[in-house]
Structures are given as C-alpha cells and as structure tokens.
Design a protein around this ligand. Structure first.
Ligand SMILES: Nc1ncnc2c1ncn2[C@@H]1O[C@H](COP(=O)(O)OP(=O)(O)OP(=O)(O)O)[C@@H](O)[C@H]1O
Length: 358
C-alpha cells in the first residue's frame, strides 16, 4: 500500500488487493453501511467492472435488530448497491439476544448468516472490510488479555469457516485511505455510534490508540507486529505437526489408537518443548472434547499437572507399578478426558455428565 495514508485507493492498487479473488465463482460482500464496508463495496464494484470475466458479487447486510436505525441503514446500502449494479440482501438476526456478551453473540450470528448467504449465492468467499486499524485494535485487545502467540497473530487475510473462506482484502489498508476513497467518489456513509460506546472494550481501547501512536506505536507498527507474530505462530504450528508425526512413529503397532482418541508415549512427549506440548494437548482436546475450544490458561494448568505426574511416574520406586495400566492422572477439560496410565497420555471424549437428581 502507498506510504501516503490519506490517498484514495487507485484502480491499480485495488486490482492488487482483489487479485487472489479473480477466479472465484462468486463473492459475498459483507456491508454494514459504515465507511469501511461501503468503500469495500465501491472498490469491489469498480474492480469487477474492469474485468471481462470475474466473480458474481452479492452484497449482504445483517440487521442485528439491536438499533432502530439499522433497517434504514440497510436500505441505504441497498440503494447504493443497486446504483452500482450489485444485488443486495438484508438478513435479520432473529435469535434471542443475550444480556451479557452481546457483541460476541452478534458477531457469531452475523458470520453464521453471512456464510449461509454465501452458500446460497454459490460464493466461495465472504469479504469483510477489516482494515489495518482494526488489525491494530485486535492485537491490542488480545495483548491486554495476555493471549498466546496464536491470538496475538490477530486476523489472517483468509480464514476458512464452514466450507467458506472469510477474506479480508483490506487488512493492510489504513482506514484513512478508505475514507479518502469515499470522499473522492462523493459517497456518503453511516456512522455507527456503538463504535464509540465506551460500555464496550474495543471502543475504550480504540480511544487509547492516539496516545500509543504518539509513542510510535501506531496502527502500522502494531499491524506489523501482528504479522510477525503470525509468521512465528505458523512456524510453531509446523513444528507441532512434526512433533505429532514423531510421536506416532515412536509408537508400537499395538499402541492404543483410534478415531475417537489420541494417545502419546509420555516419555517422548516430555522431551518436546513446552509450547509444542501445549499445542499437542490443545489440538487433541479441541478435536475430541465436546464443550468448544479449551481456554489456553486451563490447558497450561493441566499441562503443569501432567508434567509433574510424568515426572513422579518416572521416579516411582516400582516402574512396574506405574506400568500396570492404572491411571495416575485423570482429568476432564472442555469435554475431553485426559489420563496418564501405563506411561501413556490418552485423550478421549469425556463421558456425558450424569444428570444430578434434585
Ligand atoms: N451488520 C453487518 N452487516 C454486514 N457486514 C457487517 C456488519 N457488521 C460488520 N460487518 C462486516 O464486518 C467487518 C468488521 O466489522 P466490525 O469491525 O464492526 O466487526 P467486529 O464486531 O469488530 O467483529 P470482527 O472484527 O471480529 O468481525 C465490516 O467491515 C463489514 O465488512
């Protein structure tokens, strides 16, 4: 992207931004009516017009039913989409609205509806208008929560979800460039007041950004940090794949395996670096547990207990006793049962919890 953060995006720049999407059959553009996604729609329409053949574009707006103005904003998006020659759909979130965690629930519902819309439009990708500024905010949010390397990698340009790919073609573009693009094109956009509502964490952190920028921590450097961490994270994932293969190769043919469980030789597992051990456990628990993804902190606690149990087992006066198959550790986490028995770590789905009688 241009070094001048306030310049409108040129035809050539837009062509590069969308290049990898050129051969997709169809694309869904997720457009809320805010400046970023209006710019996405305008840029994508201009790009598509410049191609002799290319993907069909469908614009989708989700009305979460949370703000009175949302329906009017959706109509405004439809008007502009029609002007640009693009079909538009408004989808409503009709589910019950939770009292706490509303932004997360709204986001989840939004992605579910967008993925459904992609499927019915025959689209391979849903495009959102996340910018470099959003990337910086995401990194900051995860930083204050103490996330691990994977979380600090923030958003990826492409993320698979339920057979559709979520694409963020504007992830390296500063928001100011999108505003400049709209101004040049004389296109209006809605302002979502919840973006400034300090009842939510993200707007509160967003308000800190100018101070950080004054210290040199601007969106560019925060997004660059996210990119570097993503690179490191990808490398550790490859190492974890290798570790998984290494553990499998060490197993004898009679080692217990199966689609419904994973098991590792504890001694070999213990020689691996801590971060890799952690990821192996996390992968197995997330694959076999039935209560959603495990929290990193909880897996860290489990691993400390497991490490100690492996050590104790090694030091046991009678290794024969340790090898008799009786579990020396048995714990559940995120719907998975993790046990250490006979020198092996085993991860399997936890038995369904018994319902307590009143
Ligand atoms: N109501 C909506 N309808 C359609 N698309 C939307 C809507 N809200 C957001 N989007 C899409 O998602 C992008 C990011 O929006 P926003 O930053 O508000 O999301 P968020 O709540 O922070 O969630 P996340 O960043 O995790 O997607 C927008 O640029 C737009 O492409």
């Amino acid at each position: 992207m241009s070094d001048d953060d306030n310049s409108p995006i040129s035809v050539r720049e837009a062509k590069q931004l969308f290049a990898e999407l050129k051969s997709a059959p169809a694309l869904v553009l997720a457009v809320s009516g805010g400046p970023d996604s209006i710019a996405l729609m305008w840029l994508a329409a201009r790009w598509r017009r410049s191609l002799a053949r290319g993907p069909l574009l469908t614009v989708v707006t989700v009305d979460h039913g949370l703000r009175a103005e949302a329906a009017r904003e959706a109509r405004e998006v439809k008007r502009l989409a029609t002007e640009l020659g693009l079909p538009h759909r408004t989808l409503r979130w009709r589910g019950a609205k939770p009292k706490t965690g509303l932004p997360a629930a709204a986001r989840e519902a939004r992605y579910r509806l967008l993925v459904q819309a992609a499927r019915s439009a025959g689209a391979s990708h849903v495009l959102t208008a996340h910018t470099r500024d959003d990337q910086a905010e995401t990194l900051l949010m995860r930083l204050v929560r103490g996330s691990g390397l994977a979380g600090l990698s923030a958003m990826a340009r492409l993320t698979p979800r339920d057979g559709i790919v979520l694409a963020r073609p504007l992830l390296d573009v500063p928001k100011a460039q999108l505003i400049a693009t709209l101004k040049r094109a004389k296109i209006g956009f809605a302002d979502d007041p919840t973006n400034r509502d300090t009842a939510f964490t993200r707007p509160r952190l967003r308000a800190l950004l100018p101070q950080l920028a004054a210290e040199g921590g601007d969106a560019r450097s925060l997004a660059r940090l996210a990119g570097r961490l993503a690179r490191a994270n990808a490398a550790v994932e490859v190492l974890t794949d290798g570790a998984e293969r290494f553990l499998r190769l060490r197993d004898r043919d009679d080692a217990p395996h199966g689609p419904g469980m994973r098991s590792f030789e504890a001694g070999a597992f213990a020689t691996l670096p801590e971060e890799v051990r952690l990821r192996l456990l996390l992968r197995a628990i997330n694959a076999l547990g039935h209560e959603g993804p495990a929290e990193l902190g909880k897996v860290e606690t489990l691993m400390a207990v497991l490490d100690q149990a492996i050590l104790d087992q090694d030091m046991a006066a009678s290794p024969r006793a340790a090898a008799n198959g009786r579990p020396v550790l048995k714990q559940t986490l995120a719907g998975a049962l993790i046990s250490l028995a006979g020198g092996r770590i085993q991860i399997a789905p936890a038995p369904a919890r018994r319902r307590r009688d009143r």
